[in-house]
Each structure stands twice: as structure tokens, then as C-alpha cells.
Ligand binder design. Structure first.
Ligand code: NAP
Length: 243
């Protein structure tokens, strides 16, 4: 049973990249809110299946950078009420030396995937006149970052894309919003040098990095009817870093 605040009782939620990190915390939080959750994953089968069993959901494998796989993921998920596009990766490097493949992999995984899954849920959501899409961007998509031209472009693209679908789908009561995290403790950031983490923390008013669960609460709110008049919004969850 979910609590009353930001309840998702009776809703079906699909979360991409839910085998670990932020996606995993989001899947757990949406399940706590009462949703049935489809745990999307690419390679973390054991983790995804373990999580699905723990939260009474289902795990579905798909590489969301592939249009066919992304479409199949949405179809296998069922009648999706809440779509959370969280799958993402980094291939950092300076622009002058960036291989084409690092550019394409990041754009296709982080941005094209959002296009594929959103396109697949659009008709069914419009038809039932309801749905909530939450796309995970990053503070880097708002401010840019040294060594992350590909990642910043993908995350900024998510913001423009989401505002556009918010305009296209609003009249059918389908909402689309962005959560843009700051620095969160996950596998994605543990590879960064300690000095980079320390520099980020020193510029963050709350003076620390976030736990994945702190991103999940914002996603739950935007996904729920508690946010019924919020669409096209970009919610920074960054400890004040980007203000
Ligand atoms: P993470 O721990 O590395 O997890 C990434 C997840 O994405 C994994 O579940 C992975 O699945 C999945 N994934 C990657 N490529 C995929 C593909 N092609 N198809 C399907 N799934 C794929 O990263 P995280 O830190 O939780 O990041 C989650 C999201 O938050 C990303 O979009 C990231 O850009 C964003 N974000 C993170 C931070 C941060 O500080 N951590 C800050 C801002 C934004 P498998 O493991 O199953 O392959």
C-alpha cells in the first residue's frame, strides 16, 4: 500500500535503467507509492530481476538506444501510466579528441532512447487522456561541463524535447517533466577523481552529494497527481549547485 501523498495506487510505471543507481531507487519509490513497476534494464539481469521480485514488479530487458528494443520494451510493459526515462551513460573526453563513437553512443543512449520510448507511449496515453512522463536530465544539461560535450548535449536535448512534448500532449492531460540531478552517489560518478567530487561539493550549498533516494522522491512527486498542474518543468535536485 502506498501512502496518500503522491500516491500512484493503481498505476503502471515503466522505469528505464532500473537495475542500479538512480533508476533502482526510483523503481523502489514508485512501488512504495503503490505503482506496479516494470524494471527496465540492459545488462544487469540479476539485479533487475532481484529488484522486481522485491517490489512485486516485472523486469524487462531492452537496449533503449535501439528503436526496436525501446518499442518492444514499451509494448511488453503494457498500459503505461508513468514513464521514467532514466537510462544513461557517460563517455567523457575533451572535444578535440572525442571519437565519433563516443558522441553517438551517448546521444543514442541518453537522448534518442527518450524519443523512442516517448513516441511509443504517446498514442495510448493520449487515447486514455492521462499519463505522466519524467525524463532524467542533469545539471550538466543546463550549465554544460568540461569534458562532457556529448553528455551535456544529450541532457540539454532532453530538456528541449520534454518541453516540446509537454506542449504537444498537454491538451490530452499527458504531462511531461524533467528532473535534473546534481551530483549523485552511483556507479556513474564513483569513477570520477576525488578532486572533481570535492570541487563539486565545495560549490554545493548543501555541502554534500546526493543519495539516489533523494532523486527518487522528486520523480515520484512529478509522476503523481500531486503535480497535476505541472508540465514542461525542469526540477533541479542538486543541493543548490545550479542556482
Ligand atoms: P548508473 O548507476 O550507471 O546506472 C545507469 C543505468 O542505465 C543502468 O541501470 C544501466 O543498465 C542503464 N543503461 C545504460 N545504458 C542503457 C541502454 N542502452 N539501455 C538500457 N539501459 C541502459 O547511473 P546513474 O548515476 O544511476 O544514472 C541514472 C541517470 O541519471 C542517467 O541518465 C544519468 O545521466 C543521470 N544522472 C546521474 C547523475 C549522477 O550524479 N549519478 C547526475 C545527473 C544525472 P544496465 O546496468 O542493466 O546495463
Amino acid at each position: 500500500m502506498g501512502s496518500d501523498f503522491a500516491s500512484l495506487e493503481g498505476k503502471l510505471a515503466l522505469v528505464t535503467g532500473a537495475s542500479r543507481g538512480i533508476g533502482r531507487a526510483v523503481a523502489e519509490e514508485l512501488a512504495r507509492a503503490g505503482a506496479s513497476v516494470v524494471v527496465g534494464y540492459r545488462s544487469g539481469k540479476a539485479e533487475a530481476e532481484g529488484l522486481a521480485a522485491a517490489i512485486g514488479g516485472r523486469a524487462v530487458q531492452a537496449d533503449v538506444s535501439s528503436p526496436d528494443d525501446a518499442k518492444r520494451l514499451v509494448e511488453e510493459a503494457g498500459d503505461v501510466d508513468v514513464l521514467v526515462n532514466n537510462a544513461g551513460l557517460t563517455r567523457d573526453g575533451l572535444l578535440a579528441r572525442m571519437p565519433d563513437d563516443d558522441w553517438r553512443t551517448v546521444i543514442e543512449t541518453n537522448l534518442s532512447s527518450v524519443f523512442y520510448t516517448c513516441r511509443a507511449v504517446t498514442r495510448p496515453m493520449m487515447k486514455k487522456r492521462g499519463g505522466s512522463i519524467v525524463n532524467i536530465s542533469s545539471i550538466v544539461g543546463v550549465h554544460g561541463n568540461w569534458g562532457q560535450t556529448n553528455y551535456a548535449a544529450s541532457k540539454a536535448g532532453i530538456i528541449g524535447f520534454t518541453k516540446s512534448i509537454a506542449r504537444e500532449l498537454g491538451s490530452r492531460n499527458v504531462r511531461a517533466n524533467v528532473v535534473a540531478p546534481g551530483y549523485v552517489k552511483t556507479a556513474l560518478t564513483e569513477v570520477l577523481p576525488d578532486e572533481a567530487t570535492a570541487a563539486m561539493v565545495s560549490q554545493t550549498p548543501l555541502g554534500r552529494v546526493a543519495e539516489p533516494e533523494e532523486i527518487a522522491g522528486a520523480v515520484r512527486f512529478l509522476a503523481s497527481d500531486q503535480a497535476s498542474f505541472i508540465t514542461g518543468e525542469v526540477l533541479l535536485v542538486d543541493g543548490g549547485l545550479g542556482m
